[in-house]
Design a protein around this ligand. Structure first.
Ligand code: UD1
Ligand code: CA
Length: 464
């Protein structure tokens, strides 16, 4: 009886060793980002979604940077391809890490980030259903430039794949392209890769040649054609990177909208992969939500806001032109317009941060307000505190940073400098224009300014 293949029988090899010459970059191609993640990460995630239990990443150029990125992932092992002798050679470098594995192997390109887990799952299912030696993902396109062309046999199976540089004019006219994504029986793959040569226009060991090898040994290669060609787009240059990023953005924004988020203008809204947004939040145009950000329900973000690696709870408003990084904002706090929350800021419920206010490592208690033109750094501020316009925490003495503490209910007048370390006690009042250099006891008034003198008629006399 034939044993049903399970997920454990599926492994994946992701090819990521190439330099990516056409990117014209000092950074290896597969580490270029779209929607906040290196392109290779999308291929890896898709393979995992499809059920690949073991994942081999073939690295070469800047292998350190690729390995470092995945270092925390215990399911990925890396194989080094020291010299990039072609996609077939790359697979040969990865296969020893699957020694003894007898299932099917998904092969993916690290430069094809748009393929979806569900499509790979279908590829593996189709491969198993048909019993072919190789199943290749293909697409029909108007402009096949740059891709390998899929040449079919009369029965619809694939005869071989020819690279553009090796193709005759008739072959180049074929509109069916190779995705570079395959499902192959591991045993056949080992045997076929070992037999590859490099007698071609680029002098490389082409993985694509395993197909002709299958056919000549009496086995079949079957195509699985994707409905939407954009899913298999490979990225070789920055034009293609921008095009792929646009597709990814459309997908991400689409998923948020279907989950109940209003995106006023999806074409100008940039949300990184993995960002979480609650229902009934509204994202205004030209806003960027980046990194590991989580946004609650009923929030309003933008226009033109940047939220990077922040947690925003329900009902938070981030008004136009505000920039937030590595901060936590509790429910119903309001920020901006044009405010800047720097790392380590935590705003408790109903806090108000107004225009041209900058915070850094600052905690503000419930209901506190800093409505205008203020810098709060290394500050611990209690509840119901009012920070007047133009207040500055002088936290840096040129060598070290010091802390300012403002306790519950204190009132800081306009244009106050708080020279840290310093504490303003509960319900204390600091008069406008005061430079606070000593602690202010609870319930007291601190005032430090020269008494005003009016010299009557002075201006008139001077001009005479
Ligand atoms: C490859 C396919 C082509 C297909 C296209 C789809 C071959 C010979 N050609 O061409 O049929 O239409 O992908 O996008 O397979 N890599 C290595 N080591 C190497 C060479 C490449 O790891 O020695 C990696 C690259 O990092 C990249 C992937 O393999 O992620 C594809 O390599 P690339 O040089 O971009 O192949 P294409 O010319 O696009
Ligand atoms: Ca490519």
């Amino acid at each position: 009886m034939r044993k049903e293949k399970t997920m454990a029988d599926l492994a994946a090899i992701v090819l990521a060793a190439g330099k990516g010459t056409r990117m014209k970059s000092s950074r290896v191609k597969v580490m270029h980002e779209l929607c906040g993640r290196p392109m290779v990460d999308f291929a890896v995630r898709a393979a995992r979604e499809a059920g690949a239990g073991r994942l081999v990443l073939v690295t070469g150029h800047q292998s350190e940077s690729v390995r470092d990125y995945f270092a925390a992932d215990g399911h990925i092992t890396c194989a080094l391809q020291e010299e990039q002798l072609g996609t077939g050679h790359a697979v040969a470098c990865g296969l020893p890490l699957l020694a003894g594995f007898g299932g099917d192997v998904l092969i993916l390109c690290g430069d094809a980030p748009l393929v979806q887990g569900e499509t790979l799952r279908q590829l593996a299912a189709e491969h198993r259903r048909s019993g072919a030696a190789v199943t290749v993902l293909t697409a029909l396109v108007d402009d096949p430039t740059g891709y390998g062309r899929v040449l079919r046999r009369d029965d619809g199976t694939v005869a071989r794949i020819v690279e553009e540089k090796d193709a005759s004019p008739e072959e180049r006219a074929v509109g069916e392209i190779n995705s570079g994504i395959y499902c192959v029986a591991a045993d056949f793959l080992r045997e076929a890769v070992a037999g590859l040569g490099n007698d071609n226009a680029q002098g490389e060991y082409y993985l694509t040649d395993i197909i002709a090898a299958a056919v000549s040994s009496g086995r079949a290669c079957r195509p699985l054609t994707v409905r939407d060609a954009e899913e298999i787009a490979g990225i070789n240059d920055r034009l293609q990177l921008a095009a792929a990023a646009a597709v990814m953005r459309r997908r991400i924004n689409g998923a948020h909208m279907l989950a109940g988020v209003t995106i006023v203008d999806p074409a100008t809204t940039y949300i990184d992969a993995g960002v979480v947004i609650g229902a009934d939040s509204v994202i205004q145009p030209n806003s960027h939500i980046r990194g590991a950000s989580t946004i609650g329900s009923g929030c309003v973000i933008g226009p033109s806001a940047v939220v990077d690696s922040c947690t925003l709870h329900d009902g938070v408003t981030v008004k136009a032109g505000s920039v937030l990084a590595e901060s936590v904002v509790h429910h119903h706090a309001a920020i901006g317009p044009m405010a800047h929350l720097r790392p380590g800021t935590e705003l408790h419920p109903h806090v108000k941060i107004g225009n041209f206010v900058e915070t850094k490592k600052a905690v503000m208690g419930e209901g506190s307000k800093a409505s205008h033109l203020t810098y709060l750094g290394d500050a611990v501020i209690g509840a119901d505190v009012n920070i007047g316009c133009g207040t500055i925490t002088c936290n840096y003495d040129g060598k070290r940073k010091h802390r300012t503490v403002i306790e519950d209910g204190a009132f800081i007048g306009s244009d106050v400098q708080l020279v840290a370390p310093v504490t303003v006690g509960k319900n204390a009042l600091v008069a406008a224009g005061t430079t606070v250099t000593k602690n202010v006891p609870a319930d007291s008034l601190a005032i430090a300014r020269t008494p005003q003198v009016n010299k009557e008629g002075w201006v008139k006399k001077k001009s005479e």
